[in-house]
Design a protein around this ligand. Structure first.
Ligand SMILES: [Zn+2]
Length: 226
């Protein structure tokens, strides 16, 4: 059996969420301990909670003159495939990931991306700051040029990091989110355990729930090791 590495954060009531996203409530609807016939739980949370994928529609209604895809319209083919990890743990918070960084890291690991790869980025942010106020503000974001290099030049099909956003903290113009919408390439946020993938190739799986008209969805992201 191939080794499967879980790279999703747990959903728990006290977990941090991005502003505007409702917090997590896990509601005990029925409990056998109090005489019910079964145990039944409810879940209430924003769709951009924990490890999740953003639909192109999250940042605008139109892509190249056509309606932007909502989460239930995202092709499942975009959500699994050949994966590679780029290690940016040496980056300090606020230090931008520029176009030269993925080039240098690919050189270092002796890999070159192929079109349709899924690329994950380990920055160490989760290990340093998850659960603290710094989690929302103290991370490395990509420059618009770095995003354009990966998405338009290297033509990867999906990407994600262990940070709450691919944009630089405080950049309310969201230039990287806009590159992802323009190229109709989804991105994932709040991945976890990515250090376990360093230097290895793997097959990535991270499917969204089929939520009609949704802007995104939590995913159970895993890496199946080659
Ligand atoms: Zn999101």
């Amino acid at each position: 059996m191939p080794e499967i590495i879980d790279i999703s954060v747990p959903l728990v009531p006290e977990m941090p969420v991005w502003p505007g996203n409702t917090g997590v409530r896990i509601v005990p609807l029925r409990r056998m301990a109090t005489g019910d016939k079964n145990n039944l739980s409810g879940l209430d949370c924003g769709l951009h909670t924990g490890t999740h994928v953003d639909a192109p529609w999250h940042f605008g209604p139109v892509v190249e003159g056509k309606p932007a895809k909502r989460i239930d319209e995202v092709p499942l083919e975009w959500c699994y495939g050949d994966g590679v990890l780029l290690d940016f743990a040496h980056k300090r918070p606020y230090d931008p990931i520029t176009v030269i960084d993925p080039m240098k890291e690919l050189d270092r690991i002796g890999d070159s991306l192929k079109p349709r790869d899924i690329v994950l980025f380990y920055t160490g942010h989760y290990d340093r700051h998850y659960g603290k106020p710094e989690w929302l503000i103290n991370y490395s974001g990509f420059t618009e040029e770095a995003a354009a290099y990966l998405l338009e030049e290297k033509r990867i099909k999906n990407w994600g990091a262990d940070t709450p956003s691919p944009d630089a903290p405080g950049n309310l113009a969201y230039p990287v989110h806009r590159v992802t919408r323009r190229t109709e390439i989804p991105h994932m946020e709040n991945l976890y355990n990515l250090h376990l993938l360093a230097g290895r190739r793997f097959t990535f799986y991270g499917f969204p729930l089929k939520i009609r008209g949704g802007s995104g969805s939590p995913i159970r992201a895993v890496a199946m090791m080659d």
